[in-house]
Ligand binder design. Structure first.
Ligand SMILES: NC(=O)c1ccc[n+]([C@@H]2O[C@H](COP(=O)([O-])OP(=O)(O)OC[C@H]3O[C@@H](n4cnc5c(N)ncnc54)[C@H](O)[C@@H]3O)[C@@H](O)[C@H]2O)c1
Length: 366
């Protein structure tokens, strides 16, 4: 028997990746699985050889009778909030897949439930364990960039709409399951990277636009993730935003599931003493009277390094050893406020302010 008994909530695609990582580590094991679709938890248990694990169709039954020490939430976006709050209220630590929630109101409830219960609420951004992002964080923390004043983030896929035509409701393109599109699905990684490296300054305002030209037209030439019914496409496939952050920092954010371009450009950070391009990373400085450009050689890391396994193991160890959440919900709440602001600004066609209540800002989260 492992130290930590895990209850998996949501038995779809990403839950399989979680189950495989739990099988690789000695500290935790999956003992219960819940999915609202009847039979899906049983099939998942059989497919992943989770001997002895119990199946449920309601997460509340899993919390009451599953015999678990922690839960790992792998439901579609709109299914993150309720099980997380219920688990925290039942006194159980929570790992929740990205994005934390579909809007700021849900995120506030989740973070407040964690504060009341004094249990871990951690968010599944495996990107935080990537060596280039770790290096960027360290260089900023050690003051190499000086005072940061601007960053650009965002990834773009030329044609990568997650169609999931076999899923009812469609996991990523329906309001019912996803709540939002490219911003919530992949934009959340970009915003997490920016805020992590910048040290989670408070977001102040957002000016954004979104578009859905590819999704609504059904144009799927070369789409790497299947065909979808345009009538069922209810979210955005593109967004761009300018975010004002505390400390005089500007952040430009761009994201695309589909576009007529190969890339939306590099992620970079500008400071008073140096600039940093995340790919590489490459450091730009004035040194010894010259303009220099330094390639940062990343450590090779242990053999078979797997950022996804790191996030699973880090959560299990934090629960076992009574450590704080590895990727705290309180930090990610600030990111959720930006994502929420993007949708509000796009809907209202103007810059919107971000108001956060004092209980989630104090003490600062960086
Ligand atoms: N970290 C990563 O690399 C990564 C990759 C893919 C997906 N994800 C995230 O994982 C989540 C799930 O994505 P997916 O591709 O596995 O989706 P999926 O549709 O394959 O699986 C989601 C499952 O959750 C179940 N579900 C929904 N609400 C539920 C509830 N209240 N209780 C129990 N079960 C419920 C659904 O029936 C479905 O089986 C998404 O939020 C997505 O953003 C993360």
């Amino acid at each position: 028997m492992a130290d930590i008994r895990i209850g998996l909530i949501g038995a779809g695609g990403i839950a399989g990746a979680h189950a495989r990582r739990y099988a690789e580590i000695p500290e935790a094991e999956v003992v219960a699985v819940a999915d609202i679709v009847p039979g899906r938890a049983e099939e998942f248990i059989a497919r992943n050889s989770l001997q002895g694990a119990r199946a449920f169709t309601d997460h509340r039954a899993l919390l009451e009778r599953g015999g678990v020490d922690a839960v790992d939430i792998c439901t579609y976006h709109r299914g993150h909030h309720r099980p997380a709050v219920d688990a925290l209220e039942a006194g159980l630590p929570v790992l929740v897949e990205k994005p934390l929630s579909v809007d700021l109101g849900e995120a506030l409830e989740m973070v407040r439930a964690a504060a009341r219960s004094q249990k871990i609420l951690s968010v599944g951004f495996q990107t935080r364990y990537q060596p280039n992002i770790q290096a960027a964080k360290r260089l900023v923390q050690e003051g190499v960039l000086g005072q940061l004043y601007y960053a650009e983030v965002g990834g773009g896929r030329r044609r990568g709409i997650p169609a999931t035509p076999q899923k009812v409701p469609p996991t990523f393109i329906s309001k019912e399951a996803a709540g939002g599109g490219a911003v919530l699905d992949i934009g959340c990684y970009s915003v997490d990277t920016a805020m992590f490296v910048l040290g989670h300054p408070r977001p102040l305002s957002v000016l954004a636009m979104t578009a859905d030209h590819f999704g609504r037209s059904g144009r799927s030439t070369g789409n790497q993730m299947g065909r979808w019914d345009p009538a069922k496409f209810e979210v955005e496939d593109f967004a761009a935003a300018f975010v004002r952050l505390d400390g005089g920092i500007g952040l430009v954010f761009k994201i695309a599931w589909a576009m007529h371009l190969d890339t939306l450009g590099p992620t970079f950070f500008l400071g008073t003493d140096a600039g940093l391009r995340l790919d590489g990373p490459v450091l730009f400085r004035d040194e010894h009277g010259y303009l220099t450009q330094t390639n940062v050689t990343l450590p090779a890391g242990p053999r078979g390094f797997d950022a996804f396994r790191e996030k699973i193991r880090d959560f299990a160890l934090a629960v076992r050893d009574g450590r704080p959440a590895p990727i705290p919900g309180r930090q990610v709440l600030l990111e959720e406020a930006i994502l929420d602001g993007i949708y509000r600004s796009a809907a209202e066609g103007r810059e919107v302010g971000i108001d956060l209540p004092p209980d989630v800002l104090d003490p600062p989260v960086a």
